[in-house]
Design a protein around this ligand. Structure first.
Ligand SMILES: Nc1ncnc2c1ncn2[C@@H]1O[C@H](COP(=O)(O)OP(=O)(O)OP(=O)(O)O)[C@@H](O)[C@H]1O
Length: 235
């Protein structure tokens, strides 16, 4: 087994906006523990609002938990999410450079990869346009192209693969499988079970901010389906 890259112990995250509305703090994550090892392909499943995106942000180091602990080896983590990351008034090219810089690459190394990023994204002239003009699908193409070329140690994917058209979905899925085959570490949040089944071997099921079950893909899916069938007894 690979070394542990990120370890979460009994992590909880409360959001301040909802904290101010009433005295009961709202815990988007209540108690999640997880060890992510090098080369692992982990899927995260759970119903809407279960805390999956919040969990990815904790793994990425964007959110600092309000309780519990996070230990991270010195690795670069990139979060692919439509909800954050890009600066709207900058072009695709400049956003790609910024993303690379934030991942710790040297500017000249990022610049050397720009042609490949542009080509993979298939954005053409839009690559030079402010991304405020992009559709959700185009933003996803840019984010995915940067991630696949910049090669973070840990790639965290939040529901973005479903946004592209069928052709780009196939291409990004193939690139991801190749990346995974090379031993890269990936965490994928998705409601698309076939996507998770294709790309991940281990699955974490999260419900109401708590980890319910973590293990082999088939076992966790079987338990999740039993629970859905019973109307959410585990939740
Ligand atoms: N910035 C925020 N401020 C306040 N509440 C938030 C914030 N982000 C998330 N939440 C709340 O935390 C809970 C968990 O949200 P999260 O987005 O992590 O769930 P999810 O499992 O990814 O959901 P989905 O499957 O619908 O994308 C939800 O109730 C959500 O409304």
């Amino acid at each position: 087994m690979g070394e542990i890259l990120v370890e979460l112990r009994n992590v909880g995250v409360a959001f301040s906006a909802q904290r101010q509305l009433n005295d009961n703090r709202f815990w988007a994550l209540e108690d999640v523990s997880l060890s992510l090892r090098r080369g692992e392909r982990l899927g995260v499943i759970g119903r809407n609002g279960a805390g999956k995106s919040t969990l990815l942000r904790v793994i990425a180091g964007i959110l600092v938990p309000d309780r519990g602990s996070v230990q991270r080896a010195p690795v670069s983590c990139q979060l692919l999410s439509l909800a954050l990351g890009f600066t709207p008034h900058l072009s695709g090219r400049d956003n790609a450079i910024l993303s690379g810089l934030m991942l710790g690459l040297r500017r000249r190394d990022i610049v050397a990869r720009l042609p490949a990023i542009r080509e993979f994204s298939e954005l053409g002239e839009f690559f030079e346009q402010p991304i405020a003009a992009y559709s959700a699908g185009m933003t996803m193409r840019l984010a995915f192209s940067v991630a696949i070329q910049v090669e973070p140690d840990v790639l965290l994917i939040d529901e973005v693969l479903a946004v592209g058209d069928a052709e780009f979905q196939q291409k990004s899925g193939a690139a991801l499988r190749q990346r995974m085959g090379e031993g890269h570490t990936v965490v994928l949040v998705s409601h698309d079970e076939s996507q998770v089944a294709k790309l991940c071997d281990r699955v974490l099921w999260v419900e109401h901010g708590k980890s319910v079950l973590e293990g082999g893909r088939d076992d966790v899916f079987a338990a999740y389906h039993r629970d859905l069938h019973l109307g959410g007894a585990a939740a």
